[in-house]
Design a protein around this ligand. Sequence first.
Ligand code: XMP
Length: 515
Amino acid sequence: MNQVEILVLDFGSQYTQLIARRLREYGVYTEIVPYFEKLEDIKARAPKGIILSGGPASVYEEGAYKPDSGVFALGVPVLGICYGMQYIADFFGGSVVRAEEQEFGKAELEIIQAKGVLEGIKNKSIVWMSHADKVEKIPEGFVELAKSGNTHYCAIADFERKIYAIQYHPEVVHSECGGEMLKNFAVNICGAKTSWNMHNFAESEIAKLREIAKDGKVLCAVSGGVDSSVVATLLYRAIGERVIPVFVDHGLLRADEREAVEAMFRENLGVPLITVDAREIFLGKLKGVRDPEVKRKIIGETFIEVFEAEAKKHNANGEIKFLAQGTLYPDVIESVSVKGPSKTIKSHHNVGGLPDWMKFELIEPLRELFKDEVRALGRELGMPESMLMRHPFPGPGLAIRIMGEVNEEDLELLRRADRIFLQELHSSGYYDKVWQAFCVLLNVKSVGVMGDNRTYDNTICVRAVEALDGMTATFAHLPHDLLERISNRIINEVEGINRVVYDITSKPPGTIEWE
Ligand code: XMP
């Protein structure tokens, strides 16, 4: 088990996990706990420093989230970020008010004293702000370290008590020197060790998995995507043939996907894969269902039904207790509030979509990681690049790429268009340049003219996005001649489609998938 160096108390910011992730980039082992974690439990972990995250609440509101104030008496340095700063200011007798000019987005950091967290940080670097409240008066014993155009107190410190507070988010990539500031806190101020790396992570996860599974079997949900393939590989390393990787064909797969996944497992991993054909069950249950969240819940539940039925076939030596999945941090943060009070965006099928009646205990070794970290872990495990660089494909599959009800006919239409799009991306070299690319069937019909005849057919939306971790994304600037070729081919080769549109929405405000 890794000794935690820095402990983050989570007040519900969408960015909390990014703090841990930035510190991991510097080799500092960091864990996240909810803001209400008990003081004894915090003490028991013996962190060298504590970070109070941001969060959506206001510190002056009734019922505002407050940690056990004993954290300031533990004798380790504390850093407050955004809400964390406002909490510190309020707690030590300063004041926090609603800002007249709120700040969302970029700001320039004017350094007053390049000390502590700001040691060695250049003046006027860009930082990312996202706040409606601000500190109006700083508490006694604190000094100013930096300000910005709209926010007087951007960074403050009480050097004696080793308490630091910053209003901006150093953890997001848009904060130019943010990583260095976090490193200053963890390494220079707290004296955290920088020995964590993917190799240690793989070793400790394999050891944990052995410990959890004991001598039992583990069913592993495989989708063909990088996440579940990495989980299957980790488990295979940990418990060998006692892992049972199950790939469910729910009838919502892309063209040729089933064969591709089977071949990938056979040729690359040597892990014996079981494919369950559950097309009729899933499509039967989705009949007549139009609501995106209902579709997601039905798919999540049906997956579990299928896995439980499959588990019964392998339980010669008693029950299979565990189901392993490739859930990542962005799935968790957007689905449910697990560690802090964050808002639900959509129910990712492997998190929010699971039924209460499920008997399995879940094993989710990647739950704290982001996609690019999972790819790094896969490399550590010696998995081939062709597997690691596959685009993500959502568990609910094409069901969330067909607006409204899902049926065989529309699935086929979508598959045919999607196959052309992917072929063109591969042949133009753009597949590897984008995070994800797919077609969406809008179920919107429009009038066209083809060969002197009027058509009244379906519209396909083409979506390609660039992203680092899927939490934010921008639409890909694909060349116009490529888009033209894709549009021509789809309309000419797929009967029933007479219009192709390109989605130019980023995330936020959109999400990557349409449902
Ligand atoms: P959104 O649409 O939430 O997608 O911006 C972010 C990333 O997550 C993928 N995604 C899912 N993956 N189960 C999954 O395994 C799901 O239910 C699910 N929903 C979205 C999506 O494809 C994108 O990469």
